[in-house]
Design a protein around this ligand. Structure first.
Ligand SMILES: C[S@@+](CC[C@H](N)C(=O)[O-])C[C@H]1O[C@@H](n2cnc3c(N)ncnc32)[C@H](O)[C@@H]1O
Length: 208
């Protein structure tokens, strides 16, 4: 059975409002500091907007016995939007390379599996019993900024743990951020939003 992911706003009780306020201050500042250190890894100066998060969450497809894997989760805004939609934390895995981001993700995503590591070696990071049980992979790593052989490493790493599933990828490019035919992928723009800095698209790539 497919989990219908529905985005709902976080409840408006005072604890959550306080958390949202704290996050509004800490998330973008953390993101900006990591961008100064690693601009190519971060790919943007600010976290993904709520509008983009909603669109990514709406594109998630996941059967009841499957998990969602997010690569390059950053400040965790997409993961939190997914959980706010009703998706169970126990079925969420996030991978992030920046230690400071990982600390925040562990604080903000109780119950989820937060893995610190390089998504190019996913098969070494994802527990064996979860490989092959991944319904959707969300890739936030800015692949467009990488040379083609490096893009291939990420694509192969995803295929190794989620064979045939492809991945969702959000990007600020006007056209496909990946040369999909060269990578033997099909590409579909699932959504676009002007309500992001800069405007962003959600792409679904599938192996041919
Ligand atoms: C565009 S940002 C993610 C934005 C995220 N949606 C947010 O709003 O915070 C890309 C993220 O990918 C992470 N990243 C880059 N290369 C990575 C790699 N090889 N493995 C895992 N994470 C990586 C970066 O540290 C960064 O947090």
């Amino acid at each position: 059975m497919t989990h219908a992911v529905k985005f709902t706003e976080l409840s408006s009780d005072s604890t959550v409002i306080k958390e949202k306020k704290t996050d509004w201050m800490s998330g973008p500042w953390l993101f900006f500091r990591r961008w100064i250190a690693h601009p190519l890894r971060m790919g943007s100066v600010v976290p993904s907007s709520p509008a983009l998060c909603r669109r990514v969450v709406a594109a998630v497809r996941c059967a009841a016995d499957e998990v969602v894997l997010e690569l390059g989760a950053g400040t965790g805004v997409i993961a939190r939007a997914l959980l706010a939609s009703g998706f169970p934390a126990e079925r969420l895995i996030v991978v992030e390379i920046e230690q400071e981001m990982v600390a925040k993700l562990r604080r903000d995503l109780p119950g989820a599996l937060v893995i610190e590591g390089d998504a190019r070696v996913l098969s070494e990071l994802i527990p064996a019993h979860l490989q092959g049980r991944i319904g959707t992979v969300i890739c936030g790593i800015p692949l467009v900024l990488l040379p083609r052989p490096e893009q291939r490493r990420f694509i192969d790493a995803i295929e190794a743990v989620a064979a045939g599933r492809g991945f969702l990828h959000y990007s600020y490019c006007a056209t496909s951020p990946l040369p999909f035919r060269a990578h033997q992928l099909s590409a579909k723009r699932e959504a676009w939003t002007p309500l992001n800095i800069p405007p962003a698209s959600v792409w679904r790539y599938l192996p041919l």
